[in-house]
Design a protein around this ligand. Structure first.
Ligand SMILES: [Zn+2]
Length: 201
């Protein structure tokens, strides 16, 4: 990877909710911005780095072309389902099938571990398929976003051209980031300034 590649690969700041919700972060790896489209999962290397960076796979786990396709298909499906949830429309059946397929692929088994401080609830996933387990974990988080407590606070960024999703941490929040909020305020200021100049001309 050369220097130009690594600068374009710099991930944007997380939107509210991405830290807790892998499915939200997955959907937000693809978005448009003023300088053009951004894709944080444009090849197997960047996808493997993204999965391990979020702690979804052990570091060093590689992903093959088929697994990359599955991850991108899950991202497309989650985007469609979350958009449908936000707009009140019904999603396509294919998107739902992809999510439900990922849920069934490597389901976690709950278990109790007895540590020094006492019993701790844990989950165990099938060994030997780390990427499949990561996809199932992402799908499970998608269920939480669609049906759990954060579902009512899910939002699309209100800045023109921005497609990123976030979970509102307070009721009035409308932008995915300070950058988008500042961009909208700057555009309003510019429009107002030009309207005033046109009137005086
Ligand atoms: Zn935004």
């Amino acid at each position: 990877m050369d220097a130009a590649d690594s600068s374009t690969a710099t991930p944007p700041p997380q939107t509210p909710g991405e830290d807790r919700h892998g499915a939200l972060a997955l959907v937000n790896t693809e978005f448009s911005r003023p300088s053009g489209p951004y894709d944080g999962l444009r090849d197997a290397e960047s996808a493997a780095a993204w999965l391990s960076g979020r702690g979804l796979t052990p570091s060093g786990v590689r992903i093959d072309a088929g697994e990359l396709d599955q991850l991108l298909e899950l991202r497309r499906s989650l985007r469609e389902l979350l958009d449908a949830h936000l707009s009140g429309a019904a999603p396509g059946t294919a998107a739902l099938s992809v999510l439900n397929g990922a849920l069934a692929a490597a389901p976690a088994v709950r278990e109790v571990r007895w540590e020094e401080a006492g019993p701790v609830a844990a989950v165990r996933r099938p060994a030997g398929e780390p990427v499949g387990a990561a996809l199932t974990a992402l799908a499970e988080d998608g269920v939480e976003l669609l049906t759990g407590p954060p579902s009512g606070r899910l939002s699309t960024c209100g800045a023109p051209g921005c497609t990123r999703l976030f979970v509102r941490n307070h009721g009035a929040r409308r932008w995915c980031s300070d950058r988008c909020g500042n961009r909208v305020r700057a555009a309003r200021h510019y429009d107002g300034h030009h309207a005033a100049r046109d009137r005086s001309a």
